[in-house]
Design a protein around this ligand. Structure first.
Ligand code: DAH
Length: 348
């Protein structure tokens, strides 16, 4: 009986060793370890044996069962591992290959400059307001001391949409009139308005028929020219660096009296003179002044009780100077190579 079992064991193990795939392993398992298999069949002979013989035979059966199960399991694991390796090899990814570059956009540099202005003004308690780009003659000119036929209108020639009454605003100053009228002459005003303006200029490196201004207006009690100077100086230091010096030159605007041009010391050469400041050491960044009596009165504020200052910064000009851009068209021609040059993540 012992030889019979050994022979069977040898026969099964040989078959397992020769098995070529998982299916054969599974068939062999059913064939030899299944209920109707030869090992189970041997178990039925137990009852014919004496107690001592049963002990030995039982051990023999256990041995063969264990040996066959182990051989089948090992072979099964081997095949499964081989299959997995094959699959991994066919699906392998070379992680050393350079990744595909996904082009990402970057914020327009002009937007960044406007946001910087907004941040600084908001920190000083200014509200940011909007006004229409399609504007009425009344707000764009008349309420600002430029009645019809005024010669200064020539310098602000713009695009007319309907007769003489509806036009693309030639500056952001009409927002001053709109805000004052909305506040009805009883509330103080403290706003800035960044926005587009239009002029009938031929486009070149320094002119664009559409450009951006940052208008500002404060109306309150006892506002003086010195307040304007103080405010603009703080703003410029925050935007262009702490060592920036401001200069105010007398000028003329119909809606302010007195009026000034605002200059800052050149941030490139610190006032010594270079090509950015055309060797003057100074850079003009906008116009400003104390709000004219007639403007206050026309917009519902009693000039005996209220006073204010206003300013208008040229946004492109500030951005061009700050980032060394020498052509205003850079902001509008959507050339991705240019935008990439001024990626704000690199600038900061
Ligand atoms: N609106 C003026 C322009 O476009 C700029 C300006 C000057 C705005 C003086 C102001 C100001 O608010 O007070 O040339």
């Amino acid at each position: 009986m012992k030889e019979k079992v050994e022979k069977l064991k040898k026969e099964i193990l040989e078959k397992v060793a020769k098995a070529k795939d998982l299916k054969i392993i599974s068939d062999l398992r059913v064939e030899y370890l299944g209920k109707k298999g030869p090992i189970n069949e041997l178990t039925s002979h137990m009852k014919e044996l004496s107690t001592d013989e049963k002990k030995d035979f039982g051990k023999l059966l256990n041995d063969i069962k264990q040996a066959v199960t182990e051989a089948l399991d090992n072979k099964k694991n081997k095949f499964e591992e081989e299959e997995l390796n094959k699959k991994l090899a066919s699906e392998s990814i070379d992680i050393t290959l350079p990744a595909t570059k996904i082009p990402t956009g970057s914020p327009n540099i002009l937007e960044k400059v406007i946001e910087d202005f907004e941040d600084v003004f908001m920190s000083m308690g200014y509200d940011i307001v909007d006004g229409p780009e399609l504007e009425e003659d009344r707000f764009n000119f008349e309420l600002l001391g430029l009645p019809k036929g005024h010669p200064a209108r020539d310098a602000q020639d713009t695009f007319y949409v309907k007769d003489d009454e509806l036009l693309l605003r030639s500056h952001t100053s009409p927002v001053q009139a709109r805000v004052m009228l909305a506040k009805k002459g009883i509330e103080p005003v403290r706003i800035i308005c960044p926005g587009k303006a239009y002029r009938r200029d031929d486009d070149d490196a320094t002119h664009s028929h559409q450009f951006t201004q940052i208008e500002g207006l404060i109306v309150d009690k006892n506002i003086k020219l010195s307040d304007l100077k103080g405010t603009v100086t703080v703003i410029c230091k925050r935007l262009f660096g702490n060592d920036t010096v401001t200069r105010f030159r007398p000028s003329y605007y119909q809606f302010t009296e007195p009026s000034v041009e605002m200059d800052i010391s050149c941030f490139n050469c610190k006032g010594k003179g270079c090509n950015i400041c055309k060797n003057s050491g100074w850079i003009t960044i906008g116009g400003a002044g104390v709000v004219h009596y007639d403007v206050l009165r026309g917009c519902g504020y009693d000039p005996e009780k209220w006073s204010g200052f206003a300013f208008g910064f040229g946004a492109e000009r500030c951005a061009m100077l700050k980032y060394g851009i020498n052509d205003i068209r850079t902001f509008y021609n959507t050339d991705l190579r240019e935008t990439k040059n001024f990626d704000r993540r690199e600038v900061e």
